[in-house]
Ligand binder design. Structure first.
Ligand code: CA
Length: 539
């Protein structure tokens, strides 16, 4: 007993606590690996959930468990400050900061169902801003059905969604997906009874509830309904040139093209002319396979020019994860499922590589000395981010670190588990190669203190340590924050620590009471600029 207390007293003096024990005097909690971490506050947790989601679970928790934990976290936030939750959801969703909008819709449904009166009203008012497509609306309806049932407020909010959308946009949404998640426009219109804001709205509602029109030879009198006329015509088109002229004249999207025409380069060439950039990125392999994208074709030039257009990428909220996913699949030349193969066009791969960085927006370089450390331990190699095959937190961290590496001049990159190695990754290396290189580093136990210990030992000059991790540290003989404080003392530098959370759990290695430490969320498109601002004291 005396012996144990003596040990604790001496550790307190030296600031050295094994990670298997909590640092005395802090609110550290046991993490899933059996080590101790700080609990993140409810708002950081909400951000992690909104951005990273829970799809596929984590190394330590099933998807079900992780989702239930996060739903509880959202509920805590709603109880503390429901209006703030709505504001955070709208901000993250509207800016396209998350790879998927599903979590935002889920959290909004919780606000609309379980919040106080003010929160419920704000959530329902925000519906058109968060549910921007028919598919989003169907997701939201499915979440609400589970959480609350169909009261008057919800019916009116759904009604307003239809009333406030322009008729041509509504027609487009209707022909892309008539139903999803067990919900159709017919179901929602029957529940919500929106008022027709125009003749076109009235006709659309009628079609959606009573069935689609029979189609004559002439396009519809009302201009915003002509796309639907063309959609119906396409179903009975007999040849490729008929389809091509329907696409060109009425901007039919891919979803409106009968399957038998989807192997035709001419059809895809016409589709590409008005294709939204997200759809283009998803269909690169198909367009290459059927022979439209070649080393020299005009369509390739069009694709490369779309991917080089930063404004277009940001307007479309094309998320870096979508680009990264396309890049890794496309460059591999074979489909994730099935046995489709294609010859990837090098200029398209390079354009995807640049577009990944562009999608984060412009980031102000700070001139600071950065140490970017990737947790490559076993737990980081499990499951995947945003449902993207092969995109584990481990390889995703590498891509995220490359964003800072690309804008800053003074960067040291490290990878660690219970051992540490330096990484030499240049911006010139393509992301798919970077990911492979990091994936090939042997995995091991987790010691998040190693980057700071390494810097102290090698006398490296570091202004900002960035650690990309799931915060499940347990292996080391000293806590990361203790190692950081020791580094500050020995180096005389007020080094900061930014923790980039790569899994939506409730742990952090950052001490919330130390103003020199910050939690950000991996793959939040706003994270790199937040990191810059923090390193410059701009926040
Ligand atoms: Ca680990």
């Amino acid at each position: 007993m005396t012996n144990t207390l003596t040990q604790i007293a001496s550790r307190l003096k030296q600031g050295v606590t094994p990670q298997a024990l909590p640092i005395p005097g802090t609110n550290q909690i046991e993490n899933s690996a059996g080590g101790y971490s700080f609990p993140v506050n409810d708002w950081t947790r909400l951000h992690r959930f909104l951005i990273l989601g829970t799809e596929g679970g984590s190394y330590y928790a099933t998807e079900q468990k992780l989702s239930a934990d996060n739903a509880n976290g959202v509920m805590n936030c709603i109880q503390n400050d429901g209006p703030r939750v709505v504001r955070e959801i709208v901000a993250i969703s509207k800016a396209g900061r998350a790879p998927k909008n599903d979590q935002a819709l889920f959290a909004l449904a919780l606000c609309a169902s379980l919040g106080d009166n003010e929160t419920r009203k704000l959530a329902l008012d925000a519906l058109p801003e968060v549910a921007r497509t028919g598919t989003h609306l169907f997701h939201f309806a499915a979440f609400c059905e589970g959480a609350r049932g169909w009261g008057r407020g919800l019916r009116r909010a759904v009604g307003r969604w239809y009333e406030t959308m322009d008729a041509d946009k509504l027609a487009y949404q209707a022909l892309k997906y008539q139903a999803r998640d067990g919900w159709s426009h017919r179901d929602l219109l029957r529940l919500a009874h929106p008022k027709p804001q125009s003749e076109a709205h009235g006709i659309l509602y009628h079609w959606m509830t009573q069935g689609w029109p029979s189609v004559g030879d002439q396009p519809h009198d009302v201009e915003s309904l002509r796309q639907i006329w063309a959609f119906e015509r396409a179903k009975r088109a007999e040849n490729e040139s008929e389809i091509v002229s329907l696409i060109r004249e009425y901007k039919l999207p891919r979803e409106g093209i009968p399957t038998q025409f989807l192997t035709s380069p001419k059809v895809w060439e016409a589709l590409l002319e008005d294709m939204p950039i997200a759809a283009m990125v998803r269909n690169l392999a198909t367009m290459t396979k059927i022979g439209l994208l070649t080393r020299t074709s005009d369509s390739t030039k069009r694709v490369v020019s779309m991917l080089s257009d930063g404004n277009r990428i940001r307007r479309a909220r094309l998320h870096p994860i979508a680009i990264l996913s396309a890049l890794t699949t496309y460059s591999s030349g074979k489909g994730v499922r099935g046995n489709a193969t294609w010859n990837p066009v090098p200029s398209v791969i390079d354009a995807l590589d640049s577009a990944f960085y562009t999608a984060f927006g412009s980031i102000e370089p700070t001139g600071k000395r950065w140490n970017l450390a990737l947790d490559v331990s076993g737990s980081m190699g499990a499951y995947q981010i945003a449902g993207v095959a092969g995109l584990t937190p481990r390889v995703a961290s590498a891509a995220m670190a490359m964003v800072t590496n690309a804008v800053e001049d003074d960067v040291q990159m490290l990878a660690f588990s219970h051992e540490l190695r330096t990484l030499n990754l240049s911006r010139k290396q393509r992301l798919d190669d970077v990911l492979k290189a990091v994936d090939n580093i042997p995995m091991g136990a987790t010691d998040c203190a190693l980057p700071m210990l390494w810097a102290a030992k090698t006398k490296a000059q570091v202004d900002v340590f960035v650690i990309y991790t799931d915060n499940e540290t347990w292996y080391g003989q000293v806590h990361p924050v203790e190692a950081l404080r020791r580094y500050r003392e020995e180096s005389g530098l007020a080094a900061k620590l930014i923790v980039v959370g790569m899994v939506a759990n409730k742990f952090s290695i950052a001490d919330p009471n130390d103003a020199g430490m910050l939690d950000v969320v991996g793959f939040d498109t706003a994270a790199p600029q937040l990191m810059s601002d923090f390193s410059l004291n701009n926040m």
